[in-house]
Design a protein around this ligand. Sequence first.
Ligand SMILES: Nc1ncnc2c1ncn2[C@@H]1O[C@H](COP(=O)(O)OP(=O)(O)OP(=O)(O)O)[C@@H](O)[C@H]1O
Ligand SMILES: [Mg+2]
Length: 292
Amino acid sequence: MSSHATTALLELNDIHVDYEGIISALRGVSLRVAPGEIVALLGSNGAGKTTTLKAASGLLGAERGAITRGNVRFEALSGAGLDPRRLAQAGLVQVLEGRRCFAHLSVHENLISGALGRRAPRAEVSADAERIYTLFPRLKVRIGSAAGLLSGGEQQMLAIGRALMVRPRLLLLDEPSIGLAPQIVEEIFDVITELNRTQGVSVLLAEQNARVALRHSHRAIVLENGRVALSGEAAELAERADVKSFYLGHAASEQGRLRALKLQQRGGASAAGEPPPRAPLSDVRDGTPPAV
Ligand SMILES: Nc1ncnc2c1ncn2[C@@H]1O[C@H](COP(=O)(O)OP(=O)(O)OP(=O)(O)O)[C@@H](O)[C@H]1O
Ligand SMILES: [Mg+2]
């Protein structure tokens, strides 16, 4: 992948982010995602992964966060606090952590709601929904079910499917694997890879599950304390001893366990057939609708 030869689709240049004017979360993060690339954003709890994604998608404002220095560029849009709606129209769409969907709407209604901003003809929206059911056959089976009744894995699929209804060029995913059984994680990452390969959708994904993320990405960036600690080709990083010991070994699984516990405490019960916890739709913490 000749990422550096191509013009980047997304570029973050020396981004600094503060929350509430005092908490420094990012201290000079630069990264780029080229067209057709899958880039993984790795790092432990609090490293700044979610903050980086939200800086890119213009969603920091809702968290009382702000870019205090640096610049974001996506396609022709450039600035330090871009409007998330304009970014979505330009093709940048974020799936938030916690699989936020509309719990009381059906699977199909959730998908259709993803296309509302596009003002596309009904037939086109239906055709897009059909394509998503082809990608995620489990969603087709649950087409009429309230989203709140889905398993954690199905909720993640629905959240991704809903984002795809916007027809993104760049998909930002925040910990798609969190709390899901390994088989479901594989299924989800296989779809991400397929979307990338067949439709050229670029992906920037934050993950604590470095093993899975490195296997499915072209490049990776490791964040530590709001800074880029390492970056490179995913396959090369996966072979490095320091990455292995910090992110692919015991420390990583312990962190994943703690993180999962955190989500469980926020969320509640787990689904049959999948290990605890999953993020339930009640994880629509503050009543705000999903980002797309
Ligand atoms: N809404 C917020 N208000 C204040 N501080 C925040 C807020 N969100 C994040 N932070 C702080 O910013 C830093 C980066 O957090 P961020 O959520 O980006 O990390 P992360 O890498 O996504 O972690 P995790 O793996 O736990 O999701 C942390 O110190 C965190 O406590
Ligand atoms: Mg996070």
